[in-house]
Design a protein around this ligand. Structure first.
Ligand SMILES: N[C@@H](CCC(=O)N[C@@H](CS)C(=O)NCC(=O)O)C(=O)O
Length: 247
């Protein structure tokens, strides 16, 4: 796909292609809300994907994806003149760099590296084992709990934010997963043996996970998350998909 050049001195349109069930899409909604950016959102039906999406936006066919710049068109008719980008963590970094005044990515190289390392750890050691367990590919949540410990070890000293003393894309990266983790242990919905979700919830109450749980709670109370989260929708849809074995 040929990518055009975009004039950064001009205000440009931004369109986010998402699905409300997708935690990776949710990451971008959070970053855009935190940066106070106006954008167009378009839900892609992942269970009946329109052909134009892979052809014109993301050849991999996954959400999230964005278009930036080019004419202000209907999202179902993306322009060849807009820049297309996929992969949630790459989009997070792009958004943070487009809107530096948001503070979503620190200027200091060490703090910046901490943010990017935190995001990498989330994907490799928290999201991956979490998915394996929730989708029934492994019976034990031990790997997931190890990820919790790893994330806890990386949290800022105060434990208020992932890195430093303000909200960054590291927080936007993990917050959607924390929201889904809470639903899992509160509702026991998942492709694991019955009772495993609530059992995990019980284990997470142990003092050794207190810093992680306090951080998770703070992330869930954040306004940007409240404005973009729909727990009931997530729980219902997730339950239907698991019951119908569609995931
Ligand atoms: N590594 C990607 C993962 C994106 C992803 O897996 N998206 C899922 C929704 S959660 C998707 O679009 N699935 C549809 C498909 O695979 O056809 C990211 O971080 O953006």
């Amino acid at each position: 796909m040929q990518q055009p050049t975009i004039d950064l001195d001009m205000p440009q349109q931004l369109t986010l292609y998402l699905h409300k069930l997708s935690p990776y899409s949710h990451r971008i909604e959070l970053a855009l809300a935190e940066a106070n950016v106006k954008y167009k959102a378009h839900q892609v039906d992942l269970f009946n994907k329109p052909t134009w999406f892979a052809a014109k936006v993301n050849p991999i066919g996954k959400v999230p994806a964005i278009t930036y710049g080019g004419p202000d068109v209907d999202p179902t008719e993306p322009s060849s003149l807009s820049f297309k980008l996929a992969e949630s963590n790459v989009i997070l970094q792009f958004v943070a760099e487009l809107y530096p005044e948001s503070g979503l990515l620190p200027k200091d190289p060490v703090e910046r590296a901490k943010v990017l390392f935190f995001m990498d750890t989330v994907d490799r050691h928290f999201d991956k084992p979490g998915n394996e367990w929730m989708y029934g590919r492994t019976e034990s949540y031990e790997g997931y709990l190890k990820g919790v410990e790893m994330i806890q070890g990386l949290l800022s000293e105060s434990g208020e934010f992932a890195v430093g003393d303000r909200y960054t894309i590291a927080d936007a990266c993990i917050a959607p997963l924390l929201s889904r983790l809470k639903i899992t242990y509160e509702t026991d919905i998942g492709a694991f043996p019955v009772g495993q979700g609530t059992k995990l919830g019980g284990e997470l109450k142990a003092p050794k996970y207190a810093k992680f749980m306090k951080y998770a709670q703070a992330m869930l109370e954040r306004q940007s998350l409240r404005d973009t989260n729909d727990e009931a929708y997530l729980a219902d849809t997730w339950k239907t998909l698991i019951t119908e074995r569609r995931v």
